[in-house]
Design a protein around this ligand. Structure first.
Ligand code: HEM
Length: 519
């Protein structure tokens, strides 16, 4: 009854009093409900949570800028979402809020700057090469020198190994041994836990915010269930390795042998903190698990969708390959064997393609926040309320729950042009630079989020995508398969590719792969 001010905002009909609009947002493919709301209501809509509670859904650039950038910590994550983050990454950075978040992020930031990311390029190039060698072997042994590969299943262990080495200077060995405990623990992790949620699961996940957080945490730690078992198994496997790594890093630092991996830098930064701001051992372990998850599923899914777009758009595939192979010639001419980050920067189509993939296929389609106090959201475009008023700001009461639509912002026509729903890398080639308010941390795309909670690893992610794409596109040609007519962009907190009718098989993206011609 208190939340009367939201009732005047137009929005979609809820499916029922118990489930509100949650089913369409989470059971349909990622972004589908969002695109409908965007087309019908513009940048903001009232949606319903269980028990008829009003929430806001939004993709309005000015409102998003206010929430992510301007308001500091005034829009914390929703508690039930934090508990899910805790399930996957303990009390690490994706779980933390307010002062705890500020303290943790300060210790972690020095490891994620531009020079630190650049120093890790050889790691990504190495694992991209390993994937290339594997695929070569498979294709050479296949009839007609063409194989249908479930690319995501083959890329995921490589990106996990890459993050292991980049973040911890440790060879996890998931590519060599798929029975490896850690490889198993991360195999189809988010899809196994969060894909295709039933209505009852959506209901309980949402109403968990009526319970104190520690009670929900206890329930997740003890309730039976295949998804929860998978999360607990992941926790055990990740903790075992994280504990060993933390001891190794601390020992190395004592002997002044710290290396350039992310965790060594964090361990070092932590030693300069005073007792009050220092991260405790369990927080350090939580960061390691957070980085393993945040840095792996997102990258392998994005890379897989990138290969899918190339298969779908042979013209872009040819153009990208020509640019990469021509740059390879220049590298060889100067006596080099691998690309540098400046080489990547000198490939305009690669830059444009990576941006367009990130825009079009955001690995995290929604962010969830709530208002810590009564507030007013500014809007880029006025809306007409149900009572007929034209308003360009929306007063919201303390506690209002917000679904921030990354998927829809990335398709905003005012920002990206009339063809925003078209996959078109060329938009980034002649883009004038005027896109409305600054929202996202990279190219103003919201995929890495923005502001004080923006993805800390975005530079690493972009480098990794570039390194893998250069190797794979230079060596292989990608084509579509019949199965891809059933491709789903599954909303499993992280967006993952699955095939309609085969949810039990987990992530799938079967492509025809053959050797690429050399120009
Ligand atoms: C394509 C790849 C990636 C995408 C799309 C992505 C996306 C995101 C998004 C949307 C958030 C904000 C989540 C929220 O506020 O609820 C985030 C946070 C985070 N990401 Fe990434 N990420 C990627 C790669 C990486 C990599 C490679 C790392 C580390 C090596 C990483 C580490 C983190 C961490 C630690 C956070 C928490 C930041 C904070 O709350 O302060 N991510 N990421």
């Amino acid at each position: 009854r208190k939340r009367t001010s939201l009732t005047d905002i137009p929005g979609p009909q809820p499916e029922s009093f118990l489930i509100g609009n949650l089913a369409e947002l989470h059971q349909e493919q990622a972004g589908e409900a969002d695109f409908r709301y965007q087309a019908e209501y513009g940048g903001i809509a009232r949606i319903k949570a269980p028990f008829g509670v009003d929430m806001l859904w939004l993709c309005d650039p000015k409102a998003l800028q206010y929430i992510y950038q301007t308001s500091g910590y005034s829009f914390p994550k929703q508690p039930e979402r934090r508990v899910l983050s805790g399930l996957m990454g303990d009390h690490g950075l994706t779980w933390a809020d307010g002062e705890t978040h500020r303290r943790q992020r300060k210790v972690m930031l020095p490891a994620f700057g531009s020079p630190e990311a650049k120093a890790l390029l050889p790691v990504f190039e190495h694992y991209a090469e390993q994937v290339t060698l594997r695929w070569r072997e498979i294709i050479e042994g296949s009839p007609d020198r063409m194989a249908v590969l479930n690319v995501i299943k083959l890329i995921a262990p490589a990106t996990l190994d890459a993050i292991g080495e980049a973040a911890f200077d440790y060879k996890l060995g998931c590519m060599d041994d798929s029975d490896n405990e850690l490889a198993q623990a991360y195999n189809s992790l988010v899809a196994g836990i969060f894909a295709s949620p039933s209505k009852s699961r959506l209901f309980w996940t949402s109403v968990a915010h009526y319970l104190p957080m520690h009670v929900t945490e206890w329930l997740y730690a003890h309730l039976p269930g295949r998804g929860l078992d998978k999360a607990r198994q992941n926790r055990r496997a990740a903790h075992k390795i994280a504990r060993q790594l933390l001891d190794l890093k601390s020992e190395a630092l004592l002997h002044s042998k710290g290396s350039r991996d992310v965790m060594s830098i964090i361990v070092k930064a932590n030693t300069s903190e005073d007792a009050k701001t220092k991260l405790a051992d369990d927080e350090m372990i939580a960061q390691m698990r957070t980085i393993m998850l945040a840095g792996q599923e997102t990258s392998s899914n994005t890379l897989s969708f990138a290969l899918y777009e190339l298969a779908k758009n042979p013209r872009y595939q040819d153009r990208l390959r020509a640019e990469i192979q021509s740059m390879e010639h220049s590298v060889h001419e100067r006596g080099g064997t691998t690309f540098t980050t400046s080489d990547f920067d000198s490939m305009p189509f690669l830059q444009a393609f990576v941006r367009e993939v990130l825009r079009y296929h955001p690995a995290v389609p929604h962010n969830y926040r709530q208002a810590m106090k009564d507030d007013v959201l500014p809007l880029s475009k006025p809306i007409r309320t149900l009572s007929g008023k034209i308003v360009n700001e929306i007063p919201i009461p303390k506690g209002t729950r917000l679904t921030l639509s990354v998927a829809a912002y990335n398709r905003e026509k005012d920002v990206w042009g009339e063809d925003a729903h078209l996959f078109n890398p060329e938009r980034f080639l002649d883009f004038s630079g005027k896109r409305g308010p600054t929202v996202g941390v990279f190219a103003n795309i919201l995929t890495f989020s923005g502001g004080i909670r923006a993805c800390i690893g975005w530079r690493l992610a972009v480098l990794e995508l570039q390194a893998f794409l250069c190797q794979l596109v230079s060596n292989f040609e990608f084509g579509l398969t019949e199965e891809l007519k059933r491709l789903r962009r599954e909303n499993a907190l992280v967006m993952v590719p699955t095939l309609e009718g085969e949810p039990e098989k987990g992530v799938q993206l079967p492509l025809r792969v053959s050797f690429a011609a050399r120009c």
